[in-house]
Design a protein around this ligand. Structure first.
Ligand code: FES
Length: 107
């Protein structure tokens, strides 16, 4: 279980308690957070779950796979050093309190 805070581009902040193993994309789409679409259902094939991870904690996450890095080339909003795909980040207790910012657009 981990509390994850999503901050949308309009500043709206929502904190969700995600079960272990849920992706940050699944949590967002199941709870009506508009800033994440998750069109491909989490198979790393759409890049509509782009998010910006709190830079101070970026190093705590497993490194992005080749597939994620390739999809990050296709994000609609600006790609930044802390850009990740939310479907590829699984909630674990170690991520307690993580903050992710959502881009203005996903497509
Ligand atoms: S949900 Fe499609 S790439 Fe993440």
């Amino acid at each position: 279980m981990a509390n994850i805070t999503y901050i949308e581009s309009n500043g709206q902040s929502t904190t969700l308690q995600l079960n272990e193993g849920w992706s940050l994309m699944q949590g967002a789409t199941a709870n009506g957070i508009d800033g994440i679409i998750g069109e491909c259902g989490g198979s790393c094939a759409c890049a509509t779950c782009h998010c910006y991870v709190d830079e101070a904690r970026l190093g705590e996450l497993p490194a992005p796979s080749e597939g994620e890095l390739a999809m990050l080339e296709n994000v609609a909003a600006e790609r930044r050093p802390n850009s990740r795909l939310a479907c590829q980040i699984k909630a674990t207790a170690a991520l307690e309190g993580l903050v992710v910012h959502l881009p203005e657009t996903q497509e």
